[in-house]
Ligand binder design. Structure first.
Ligand code: ADP
Ligand code: MG
Length: 727
């Protein structure tokens, strides 16, 4: 009987190669399945259209009677495109998106039916919320959850279903999702950034945060992936010896994309175009079978929705091409993991990128203002930034000498370092006109170098300035970007508020505006010196240095998550009106609960694989060896040992490994039992982290040794070389 592994290998090699027909012109199909401005102009009355526009641009509320008109237009548009159902599409704290489809269809008695979709159904729904994580919120308030339309992210068609992006909140208003705090953070950031931007241009009335994510992922042949219980259940391999060839030749990065993968990518990109997701870049990543996809940046809320939509669509398209997409941060030991760089900036309604050094001294003062304030915000909240990317899966990646370390620092490049150093040296008080011009011009003169720095940048930094945006690189590939973006928006908003207050106070004391700004910035540069680091983030030297600088170095998720419930965090969110205490604490609770559950699942899967796959196979092979030794004894009598040395040693080694695996599993289960009895979620997470997880490595080590010893023909689990190099 062939094992699952051999069946899978056979299937994968028989795979009919799909070829996508010549793709249509992208610009022609872009946004065709989105209820965008063009569709709205066609299907909505002028009043309805203006209502939606005002909601998007000015955050105005949409009146109920208008909602009825809008929903009718939306329905007509969707049905004309073949839709039969609609759903509120939301982001519960599970990390994926949720949808519950309802048909447009409604009976009207006498055996008749019509297609219906009223304003009420568009604006609000009540999904059965009890099965989504809520961190105790709904137990406390005994309130149900409901979803509410977010008009700032356009509805779209996924297959035959009209999807309406929504927020998900409890009846008493507490956020139960990722989108609600993100939207609140974007709103407060708009206010504070606009106020500061007005120092430089009175015409600015709105500022949006922009986000361009870069999604890394692995593609594995579907049958091969399905033959591995660990990939199926935990999203990553829990055992597997590294192949003879890994990524050491660096021959994959930017290499030519394999034909089958390219077919997948083209198919995916077509779908993205239809859905209005502006994907632009694709390339091979460092590890074998690892790839990256990046869009043109968008307003952050839309970009987050598009990333989630992309991940969903990717899984579906991969299915068509007999691939499985792995979004896990570390699906394979020994080769690089995956991240999701979040490129972030601020853009005004006057069309200016506030983090772009400009061509005039005034524009550069503006640039310096937002640049320095962001650095200060990260400096003052580095631990919260670290917490925003903490998860069981990202723990494998951070600090693993391939991804940013668990220490948060900011890289800005040598040219800007010089500019800040000079600014710091300026004596207190009033700047001489010459000093001022010099400083402002300094940046101008250095623009070519700053852009040059952009290409020659430090890949070991978790938070880097890359010419006209900050790139938050420590975000995990599996994560919803909303969480890190909410934190970043919030801390920068708070920082800009403080900046404004300080500058205004100086102006009130009759200091000139420019001088006031320079003076405050100079102090900020001094205060946030410790967060700036241009060196090698992977080195041990940095760990020591960071400790001296009193930067946090939280290596595990439970440790990193602690700050999420700190009094300072609650105050930050409450002051800004982004989350209240209950919401903040619930999020910590959910995060630690999820952590413990992930490790629990991995522990169970590992135990099963080791006991049900690895050990029986090892015994089978050991029996073959024993039979062989017995045969040799029959033939050679007392002299048999001369011919059976290798076999005898293997028999012994196999027994040792089996013994170690067995005891490892038994001890791990004991620790799991103990951990499960702990009622406090955070303590349970720590128990899983500190007492259960360490067994993973022990068990894996011996399983991987057995993989090397046991006859390949009977090894049941698809091997790394097959998972990683099958094209
Ligand atoms: P990398 O070398 O890091 O892969 P890319 O140029 O491929 O760089 O990706 C850069 C990402 O940054 C893209 O998604 C791009 O849309 C995004 N980006 C560029 N400008 C901005 C901006 N002003 N705000 C946010 N994101 C931006
Ligand atoms: Mg990048």
């Amino acid at each position: 009987m062939a094992t699952l592994r051999f069946q899978a290998l056979k299937e994968s090699s028989n795979r009919e190669r799909i070829s996508v027909n010549e793709a249509p012109r992208r610009s022609e199909i872009f946004g065709k399945n989105v209820f965008n401005e063009l569709a709205m102009r066609q299907y909505l009355t002028k009043d309805s259209f203006n209502g939606v526009k005002d909601a998007i641009d000015k955050g105005l509320k949409i009146e109920r009677n208008l909602a009825d008109h809008i929903s009718t237009g939306m329905k007509e548009w969707a049905i004309a495109k073949g839709a039969t159902h609609y759903t509120h599409w939301f982001q519960p704290l599970t990390g994926t998106t949720a949808e519950k489809h309802d048909a447009f269809f409604e009976t009207v008695g006498d055996g008749m039916a019509i297609e219906k979709f009223g304003g009420g159904a568009l604006v609000q729904q009540e999904p059965d919320a009890s099965s989504f994580p809520n961190g105790g919120i709904r137990n406390t308030f005994e309130a149900r959850g409901y979803t509410a339309w977010d008009p700032t992210s356009p509805a779209f068609l996924l297959g035959t279903t009209l999807c309406i992006p929504t927020v998900f909140v409890s009846y008493t208003g507490e956020a139960l999702d990722y989108k609600t705090p993100l939207l609140r953070s974007l709103q407060v950031l708009d206010q504070s950034a606009t106020e500061v931007a007005k120092y430089f241009d009175k015409k600015v009335t709105k500022t949006v945060a922009t986000l361009g994510w870069e999604q890394e992922y692995f593609l594995v042949d579907k049958s091969l992936a399905n033959s591995r219980p660990d990939i199926t259940l935990a999203g990553r391999t829990l055992i597997g010896h590294s192949p003879a060839k890994g990524q050491q030749l660096d021959d994959h990065y930017f290499g030519s994309i394999p034909r089958r993968v390219l077919d997948f990518m083209r198919d995916l990109e077509n779908e993205c175009m239809l859905l209005g997701v502006p994907v632009k870049t694709r390339h091979n990543e460092v590890a074998p079978n690892q790839f990256e996809l990046a869009p043109i940046f968008e307003e952050a809320n839309l970009a987050v929705d598009h990333n989630l939509l992309l991940m969903d669509v990717m899984e579906k398209v991969a299915e068509r091409h007999y691939f499985k997409v792995l979004f896990h941060e570390k699906p394979f030991a020994g080769v690089n993991g995956s991240g999701k760089h979040n490129n972030w900036s601020l853009s005004t309604d006057t069309g200016v990128n506030l983090l772009s050094p400009g061509s005039t001294p005034m524009k550069n003062l503006q640039f310096l203002t937002f640049f320095v304030n962001t650095i200060k915000a990260v400096n003052d909240n580095e631990e919260l930034i670290r917490a925003s990317i903490a998860s069981a899966s990202n723990d494998h990646r951070l600090g693993a000498n391939e991804a940013p370390p668990a220490i948060i620092s900011v890289f800005i490049g040598s040219q800007l370092t010089e500019v800040l150093d000079e600014l710091e040296k300026v004596t207190n008080g009033k700047l001489s006109p010459q000093e001022k011009t010099e400083l402002k011009l300094n940046v101008v003169g250095k623009i070519p170098e700053i852009l040059l720095d952009n290409t020659d940048r430090n890949r070991t930094s978790p938070f880097a300035f890359t010419g006209n945006k900050f790139e938050f690189r420590a975000v995990g590939s599996l994560a919803n970007c909303a969480n890190p973006m909410t934190v970043l928006n919030a801390i920068v908003a708070k920082q800009l508020n403080e900046f404004k207050a300080e500058v205004d106070a100086l102006i009130k004391k009759k200091m000139k505006k420019d001088d006031a700004i320079f003076n405050v910035l100079r102090e900020y540069i001094k205060d946030s010196r410790r967060i700036r680091f241009e060196g090698d983030g992977y080195g041990e030297a940095w760990e020591k240095e960071a400790k001296k600088r009193k930067l946090s170095n939280n290596k595990t998720a439970p440790e990193a998550l602690k700050v999420k419930k700190a009094a300072s965090t609650i105050k930050l969110y409450e002051d800004l009106g982004i989350m209240n205490k209950v919401e903040v604490l619930a999020r910590h609770e959910i995060a630690v609960e999820e952590y413990a559950m992930r490790i629990q699942i991995e522990g169970r899967v590992l135990g099963d694989i080791a006991r049900n796959h690895v050990i029986p196979t090892a015994i089978k092979y050991q029996n073959i060896l024993i039979k062989n030794v017995k045969g040799l004894k029959e033939i050679f009598g007392a002299e048999f040992k001369k011919y059976a040395q290798e076999q005898l040693s293997l028999i012994e080694q196999i027994s040792t490994h089996i013994e170690k695996i067995n005891s490892g599993i038994t001890d791990m289960i004991e620790e799991r039992k103990k951990a499960n009895k702990i009622m406090d979620s955070e303590k349970r997470a720590f128990a899983y982290c500190d007492n259960v997880k360490p067994y993973f490595e022990v068990i894996r080590y011996h399983c991987d040794k057995l993989e090397l010893l046991v006859d390949d023909e009977i090894w049941p689990l698809t091997k790394y070389r097959e998972l990683l190099f099958t094209k």
